[in-house]
Ligand binder design. Structure first.
Ligand code: MG
Length: 406
């Protein structure tokens, strides 16, 4: 089955064809730049968002946008606080979104962000916007019968190397357990693994420092061709980060993530200058302006915006352009296995500065969320396959979702 056939069948499962969606639109008309594609001649232009729904399930909060032509889109926000995101969407954003054209991603993003800017430009606002933004891109792709990466600029690649992480709670996890979890990730198929030290929750620059102990033990247990790197989760001052980073570099580590707090870019800049290996940072930089400051002040080699935190595809596409401007690559932070991962894959497929890999998860802990999807992202030989079906490329079993959602 070729890509085209797959997409047509996908639309059939929705009970729609592009011509069919046009028939349902109130004032069907044509796009002006589509002379060579008869399908696009019949794509509708008078499309309105008619409903915004949210679903909390397991470690996910999913947003659904419905339209007047029967096409729905699905998005996801970071679930760090699902109730806060849900309240933000329903109390503040929904009234702005209803009645809007889902193709108006840029004007709507501005209305949502600047309209509620006083409530905090970081955290809950860009998380909530992300859920809506992803759903709008999903709708656009479904109506145009195209995977989102094609709407973002085209395709540089069709698969992305993924890495799995092991949380170590500042050193409170037994080394044997860390080794066991690392080997489980290898069995699952990961070729790159990260040790998440989670130091800062316990103490900045802990004494004794746990990082080298874990790195040495896990490195020894892993096959030679599996990469291992460390994320101190912003737990170091510059001096400690450089001291540990140089030892890890000496032991063959190839990447060093978030060594110092984002509240102190000057320390990260010192680490970047002191080490030869690439330094990654920026998972909590939520908008283009925070990433601008990160680049200008900390100068990391690789930036890590999270699409379901940083304001969605629309905002992270701008962050990618900022990265291109300063010759930085993007390795998005990503902790959710379905819509958030799909969004990151479409973006990474479509940019010239995709980083070496994308974060991914152990699927065991997301079985409830995964169970409501009729299609999932393919993970093959350590790589995530960029979805080829229309929109974000995932099909949700809505009846099941409604039944299981809290
Ligand atoms: Mg991190």
């Amino acid at each position: 089955m070729n890509k085209h056939t797959t997409r047509r069948n996908f639309l059939s499962t929705l009970g729609l064809t592009v011509a069919g969606t046009a028939a349902m639109a109130r004032q069907p008309s044509t796009f002006h730049n589509s002379e060579n594609d008869p399908k696009l001649h019949s794509a509708p232009t008078d499309i309105r968002i008619t409903a915004v729904k949210t679903f909390k399930l397991g470690r996910a909060i999913i947003t659904k946008l419905e339209t007047n032509i029967g096409v729905s889109g699905w998005g996801e926000s970071s679930p760090n606080s699902r109730r806060i995101v849900e309240a933000f969407i329903h109390d503040k954003l929904k009234k702005v979104v209803i009645g809007q054209d889902p193709f108006n991603v840029e004007p709507l993003w501005d209305q949502l962000f600047w309209g509620e800017h006083d409530l905090g430009p970081s955290g809950a606002l860009p998380y909530s916007i992300a859920g809506i933004d992803l759903a709008m891109w999903d709708i656009k792709g479904k109506i145009l019968d195209q995977p989102v990466y094609r709407l973002l600029g085209g395709q540089y690649r069709n698969e992305i190397l993924a890495y799995g992480g092991i949380p170590l709670r500042g050193g409170k996890i037994p080394v044997e357990e860390a080794i066991e979890r690392a080997l489980k990730l290898v069995d699952f198929g990961f070729r790159v693994i990260k040790l998440r030290m989670q130091i800062r929750e316990y103490n900045l620059d802990p004494i004794p420092d746990p990082t080298l102990k874990y790195y040495t033990a896990v490195r020894k247990a892993l096959p030679d061709d599996v990469e291992l790197f460390v994320d101190p989760n912003e737990g170091y001052t510059a001096a400690r980060a450089i001291q540990i980073g140089k030892e890890l570099q000496q032991m063959g580590m190839k990447y060093y993530e978030s060594p110092c707090p984002l509240e102190n870019h000057r320390d990260t800049a010192e680490v970047v200058r002191a080490l030869e290996i690439p330094v990654m940072a920026g998972e909590k930089c939520y908008t283009r302006w925070q990433v601008r400051d990160l680049i200008l002040e900390a100068n990391p080699d690789i930036i890590q915006p999270d699409l379901i935190k940083a304001g969605g595809i629309t905002e992270v596409k701008k962050i990618a352009a900022l990265g291109q401007t300063f010759f930085k690559t993007l390795a998005p932070h990503n902790t959710k296995p379905t819509l958030g991962t799909a969004a990151a894959l479409h973006l990474m497929a479509s940019i010239s500065n995709a980083g070496p890999f994308l974060e991914y998860v152990e699927l065991d802990t997301y079985q409830d969320v995964l169970s409501v999807f009729d299609t999932l992202i393919e993970f093959r030989e350590g790589k995530l396959q960029v979805p080829e079906t229309p929109g974000l490329g995932l099909v949700i079993n809505e009846k099941k979702l409604e039944k299981l959602a809290e």
